[in-house]
Design a protein around this ligand. Structure first.
Ligand code: SF4
Length: 174
């Protein structure tokens, strides 16, 4: 299973080494209408996630091969905030990186969890999606596992935006 991929060039973030936190299969708590991944059962966890040690070993090898990219991107075949050891992983990546910024590409669902939000504050860039501010439309587009409590989600995202020292990118669907 390939945990690290790239470097790839991202229009928004520059050269990127990607970390796939769900390398075995798609694991996502959403089933978005526009998803480009193969359809899979919607789920609330990552099946058989790689350990932090595995990720860091592979990341060190990739950095020594490719040098410092603009960003190291936490992503997944699905939703990266479902990774159970996210806080420890972010701490360890920050300890070994040099000039790279560390970025996460998230569907935003982790904003319902204050613990996840605290972990994300240690990143340089956080990208959240918010496909609609209307609960019915949101559920129709994202086909989420849990019924969305959008007012809490948006309030948590707003608070995070005020407290986060890094760059917050909000991705909206048009
Ligand atoms: S959040 Fe991302 S991975 Fe999950 S279903 Fe939507 S587009 Fe696909």
């Amino acid at each position: 299973m390939a945990i690290i991929f790239g470097p790839v060039t991202s229009r928004r973030f520059g050269s990127s080494l990607g970390i796939d936190l769900s390398p075995e299969q798609k694991c996502c708590n959403f089933d978005c209408l526009y998803c480009e991944l193969a359809p899979a059962k919607v789920r609330a966890n990552i099946a058989n996630p790689p350990s932090v040690a595995q990720v860091i070993t592979e990341l060190k090898k990739a950095i020594s091969t490719h040098g410092a990219t603009d960003v190291i991107t936490l992503t997944a075949n699905g939703e990266p905030t479902l990774y159970p050891y996210l806080k420890e992983l972010i701490t360890q990546i920050n300890a070994i990186k040099s000039t790279q910024k560390v970025l996460i590409l998230s569907n935003g669902s982790g904003a319902m969890d204050k613990g996840i939000l605290e972990s994300l504050k240690e990143l340089d860039i956080v990208k959240f999606s918010l496909d609609s501010a209307d609960p019915l439309t949101y559920r129709k587009i994202d086909r989420t596992l849990a019924k969305p409590d959008l007012s809490t989600l948006i309030a948590n995202m707003s608070q995070f935006a005020r407290e986060f020292k890094g760059e917050l990118v909000m991705e909206v669907l048009v």
